[in-house]
Ligand binder design. Structure first.
Ligand SMILES: O=P(O)(O)OC[C@H]1O[C@@H](O)[C@H](O)[C@@H](O)[C@@H]1O
Length: 233
C-alpha cells in the first residue's frame, strides 16, 4: 500500500492532514495529542483505521478488502444510509458509502487550544440529482423555528427555493454592524429560504416562482401543523 502525501492542512495543534490514496481519492488522517490515530476516506466517509495511543488497530479490515470504488471497502466503519441492507428500494446499505464525500469547509477542524479538545473533521455528502431522484428528501419545504421561551413555533413553507440559510451575527459581529444593537443578536434569528447553491437561469420568456409562507402556531400544536418532515431549528 502506498500513499502519497498530498496537502498538509496541518496546523501544529490540529494534527490533521489530507493524503491521497492510490485511487486518487483523498483520505483524512487525524492524530490526537496523545497519539491516537484515525484515517477516514472521502470515499463513503468510511473510517478505515482507528488506532489507540499504543498504536493498536481497533477496527477489522479484511485481508481480502478491495480498496477500489465504487464498492465500499470490507471493514472499518461504513455509513449505511439512507437504508440498511436491502430493506428499501435503493442499493444495498444505501448510496452514502459508495459516494465521494467532501471536507466541510464551513466547519474547519477544531483546534487543540485546550487539553480536552479532540482531533476532528466534518465531512459532508451532497446528494447528486440522481440520488435525489431515487431518494427525494434533499432541501425540505417546511421549516419550523421553535421559540421555547414563548412556546410558539414559526412555520416557514417554501416553494422553488431549494436552500435554507440560518444566520445570526453573534456577539462580536453585532458590535461592528452599525445598524444593529450590540445585544440584539440574543433576540433574533434570520432564516432565509433561498436559491443560493445553484443559479437559476431563465431563457427568454421563461418564468420562475419562489414562494414563502410564514405562519405562527402554538408550540404544543407544532407537529400537527407540519404536513411533511422538515427542518427544525
Ligand atoms: O456485502 P455488504 O453489502 O457490505 O453487506 C454486508 C453485510 O452487512 C451487514 O451489516 C448486514 O447485516 C448483512 O446482511 C450484510 O450481508
Amino acid at each position: 500500500m502506498s500513499m502519497g502525501h498530498y496537502t498538509n492542512l496541518t496546523d501544529p495543534r490540529t494534527e490533521l492532514e489530507v493524503v491521497r490514496d492510490w485511487n486518487g481519492i483523498d483520505q483524512v488522517v487525524l492524530r490526537s495529542p496523545r497519539g491516537a490515530y484515525a484515517r477516514v476516506s472521502l470515499h463513503g466517509g468510511q473510517v478505515l483505521s482507528w488506532r489507540n495511543d499504543r498504536g493498536e488497530e481497533l477496527l477489522f479490515t479484511s485481508s481480502k478488502a478491495i480498496f477500489k470504488p465504487p464498492k465500499a471497502m470490507r471493514g472499518g466503519i461504513p455509513i449505511c444510509f439512507p437504508q440498511f441492507g436491502n430493506s428499501g428500494t435503493l442499493e444495498q446499505h444505501g448510496f452514502a458509502r459508495n459516494r465521494i464525500w467532501a471536507l466541510d469547509e464551513e466547519h474547519p477542524p477544531l483546534n487543540q487550544n485546550d487539553n480536552n479538545s479532540k482531533a476532528s473533521v466534518d465531512l459532508i455528502l451532497k446528494p447528486s440529482e440522481d440520488d435525489l431522484k431515487c431518494w427525494p428528501h434533499g432541501s425540505p419545504n417546511v421549516i419550523a423555528v421553535l421559540d421555547h421561551e414563548k412556546k410558539r413555533t414559526f412555520v416557514i413553507r417554501k416553494e422553488g427555493l431549494p436552500d435554507v440559510v440560518v444566520w445570526n451575527p453573534w456577539e462580536k459581529k453585532s458590535k461592528n454592524i452599525v445598524d444593529f444593537g450590540d445585544e440584539e443578536y440574543k433576540q433574533m434569528l434570520c432564516v432565509d429560504a433561498a436559491a443560493a447553491e445553484r443559479q437559476i437561469t431563465l431563457k427568454p420568456g421563461e418564468e420562475w416562482t419562489g414562494k414563502l409562507e410564514l405562519s405562527e402556531v402554538p408550540s404544543t400544536n407544532c407537529s400537527g401543523h407540519l404536513d411533511q418532515p422538515g427542518i427544525i431549528i
